[in-house]
Design a binder for this molecule. Structure first.
Ligand SMILES: Cc1ncc(COP(=O)(O)O)c(C=O)c1O
Length: 345
């Protein structure tokens, strides 16, 4: 274990970076591992085999962070590609209920099944649990909303889905590492690692309930979906891994090399400690702009002057759905919050 305060020395932001909801900053061990692998590649110093185990290390760390069995975790390049396999496995005519304004990568995989009679209806996030009934086949939602940081009522949604036999499909891209999450309470949990997991773009995970996994086809299977990935790269028959690795697609080596140490560090700090830190900073910022406290690391505010004010002060945040979106993560400090408040005042 390491304390969060000690770990903060492992990041080197050159700006006041309040934009983790867009992309996270790599900790030094991830950055250095990536540079070393790139140098090996540049110099033609090694074969590729040594670049592969980082994928399994990252999978193990994801499992540790989320309570999943390692065998139930698949890896891919993005959320939509992983969820596409789940959406394709739904029976014709399945009714999906999703939150309004969800990020497209979660809902497009289901909307793309429309020709088979799969129907998606949208309701406000806060009405999701009460909307689930016996006709609901799937409830799809982000644990934390991309547009405004709202945290879903995870207990209520899981309970309602359990009561009515609906599958739960969760996008945890904006939640993992700061929101404690036991993924085994849900049927599917997918997440990209380039935001709160502070990894390069191009690494993503999916927890799949083993019962559901039986019904999902590994549409992207290739050499990396086999039981022993190095045994042979040629010819049939189809020989897939027995566990969720059969849903893997071949990894973008260098991205995974940086993802593994990033997740190892997060687990050493601990999600609970990061949760406490991130939400405390977000609430310090909220108080400064006159908002009541909340339970999220992401603050959404109506602040038309923020874009110019932040640009002048060298502060990075983002605008989503016409509002300012500011996010606070492990490398941010009270001074960052105060710099943002000063810029706005
Ligand atoms: C909630 C959520 N899911 C997924 C993604 C990224 O999706 P993909 O991995 O398909 O690029 C984002 C990016 O902003 C997001 O906010």
């Amino acid at each position: 274990m390491t304390t969060l305060a000690a770990a903060q020395a492992l990041w080197r932001p050159e700006t006041t970076y309040l934009n983790t909801a867009t992309y996270g900053l790599p900790p030094q061990p991830a950055w250095e591992a990536l540079q070393a692998a790139l140098a090996d590649w540049h110099g033609g110093r090694t074969s590729f085999e040594g670049w592969v185990p980082a994928t399994q290390r990252a999978r193990e760390q994801f499992a540790l962070m989320t309570g999943a069995r390692v065998d139930d975790v698949a890896i891919g390049a993005n959320v939509s590609g992983l969820l596409g396999m789940v959406a394709a496995a739904l029976p014709d005519g399945t009714r999906v209920v999703a939150a309004e304004n969800e990020f497209t990568s979660l809902i497009f995989p289901f909307l793309a099944q429309e020709a088979r009679g799969v129907r998606v209806s949208f309701v406000p996030l806060e009405r999701l649990a009460e909307t689930i009934d016996a006709s609901t086949g799937v409830v799809a939602f982000s644990a934390v909303q991309s547009s405004n940081g709202a945290v879903a009522a995870l207990d209520d949604i899981a309970a309602a889905a359990g009561q009515h036999g609906a599958l739960t499909v969760v996008d945890a891209s904006q939640a993992l590492s700061w929101l404690p999450l036991d993924v085994t309470r849900f049927d599917v949990v997918a997440a990209h690692a380039y935001k709160w997991l502070m990894s390069p773009r191009g690494t993503a995970f999916m927890y799949l309930d083993p019962g559901l996994a039986e019904r999902v086809r590994p549409h992207g299977a290739g050499w990396f979906a086999t039981e022993d990935v190095f045994s042979t790269y040629y010819g049939g028959p189809l020989r897939l891994a027995a566990n969720a690795r059969r849903f893997d697609t071949s990894p973008a080596w260098f991205n995974w090399i940086a993802t593994a140490p990033a997740l190892e560090l997060i687990n050493r700090i601990g999600v609970n400690a990061i949760h406490e830190h991130d939400v405390r900073l977000a609430n310090r910022f909220r108080e400064g702009i006159g908002l009541p406290p909340s339970d999220s690391a992401i603050v959404s505010a109506d602040s038309p002057q923020a874009e110019d004010a932040f640009a002048r002060a060298g502060i990075l945040a983002s605008a989503r759905a016409g509002r300012l979106r500011v996010s606070f993560h492990v490398y941010n400090t009270d001074e960052d919050v105060d710099a943002a408040l000063n810029a706005l005042s």
